[in-house]
Every structure is written in C-alpha cells, then in structure tokens.
Design a protein. Structure first.
Length: 81
C-alpha cells in the first residue's frame, strides 16, 4: 500500500504519489490546467511566488499556485480611452 502525499494547487487539496513532479500534479488536479501549462499559457509558482519548473519533484505539503495568461488579443478596447 502506497501512502499518498497531500499537496495544494490553488488552494485545493490534491493527493499524489510521493515524488510526483509539478506536471504530474497538474494532470492529477486538472487536465485543462495541465494543458495550459504545457502550451505556455500558464505558469506555476510556489507559496512564495517563485516560479517552479515542471520537472521539480514535490514533497508533502507543497503549495502551488497556477496563473493562466489571458487570451485577450492586442486589439482589446480600453474603457478609459
């Protein structure tokens, strides 16, 4: 029996196998979020706001925050203009 490690992604508890990397944790949590990360439309930081690599192995209690980039085009309107 394998003991799972609890980590947190955007505040949500996620149980993963020990030694899971950031990419694996994202896939376990949310496939769409993982796809956005792989496509470069999202970045992952630790609890301190420092960006972490997808290959970084996580330990129990790790806190990740995933920030997605807006897909809004350059031609968006400016409400103050």
């Amino acid at each position: 029996m394998t003991t799972l490690s609890r980590i947190y992604i955007n505040g949500a508890p996620v149980d993963v196998e020990p030694g899971t990397d950031v990419r694996g944790a994202l896939r376990s949590h949310d496939e769409a979020l993982a796809a956005a990360y792989e496509a470069g439309r999202a970045r992952v930081t630790d609890a301190r706001g420092i960006e972490v690599a997808g290959e970084q192995q996580l330990s129990a209690g790790s806190i990740l925050r995933v920030v997605t980039r807006s897909s809004r085009g350059e031609g968006g309107s400016d409400a103050d203009a």
